[in-house]
Design a protein around this ligand. Structure first.
Ligand SMILES: Cc1cc2nc3c(=O)[nH]c(=O)nc-3n(C[C@H](O)[C@H](O)[C@H](O)COP(=O)(O)O)c2cc1C
Length: 189
């Protein structure tokens, strides 16, 4: 295994810390090359069994975006591009997986986190949305049989003014989230 140089490590960690969900976007379109770079980043995300059972449906079509917003109460922003992260459950079954194994949802998360970070690195604003009608989104996008829409990554250019974060002040520290085994304050044996 190679170790990243200090400046690369610092830049990656700064990007991880600096990324925030962006819910106010301008009308400026997302450049195709940038959208493709976000999609390309997603394919590097780890997947269960390295099966790559996530599918990505990308659109910049204003009519499709408008309808997606209508069926997505959680979509506060007006994105100029979206990537809908789907699971190919038919292919999962063909691989011998149960169509509802938890790893498939984890794959949605790894791809989403990777895309959010890539978008941030490219200077785009991005935010995940899971509050939407799956049936409506599947119909609007004309998803193939066996694909289920799981999460929408909204993309665009950040507006100058952003709404207040949800539950401001709730940021937790890594210590709040972590438990050492054996306990960190336990006497050494
Ligand atoms: C699984 C998942 C679902 C989410 N769904 C929505 C959503 O429907 N609408 C929304 O505005 N934000 C959604 N979010 C974004 C979170 O609200 C956001 O990450 C959180 O408020 C912390 O903000 P930050 O990522 O900027 O630190 C979702 C995040 C995750 C991980």
């Amino acid at each position: 295994m190679t170790t990243a140089p200090d400046d690369v490590a610092a830049a990656v960690l700064a990007a991880i810390r600096g990324r925030r969900v962006v819910r106010a976007l301008t009308d400026e379109p997302v450049d195709t090359a940038q959208l493709e770079a976000v999609l390309d980043a997603a394919r590097w995300a780890p997947t269960a069994g390295n099966r790559h059972l996530q599918r990505f449906v990308a659109t910049v079509d204003p009519r499709v975006l408008r309808v997606l917003r209508m069926v997505s109460p959680g979509m506060i922003q007006r994105p100029t591009a979206v990537v809908v992260v789907c699971i190919d459950r038919a292919r999962a079954v063909a691989y011998g997986f149960r169509p509802d194994i938890p790893g498939l949802s984890v794959d949605v998360g790894t791809a989403t986190a990777t895309m959010l970070l890539a978008a941030h690195a490219l200077g785009l604003g991005a935010g995940p949305v899971t509050s939407f009608s799956k049936a409506a989104v599947a119909t609007v996008l004309g998803l193939p049989e066996g694909w289920t829409p799981e999460l929408i990554v909204c993309l665009g250019h950040p507006a100058d003014q952003q709404p207040a974060p949800m539950r401001p002040g709730s940021r937790v520290t890594w210590r709040d989230l972590t438990r050492w085994v054996p306990p960190a304050d336990a006497p050494a044996t």
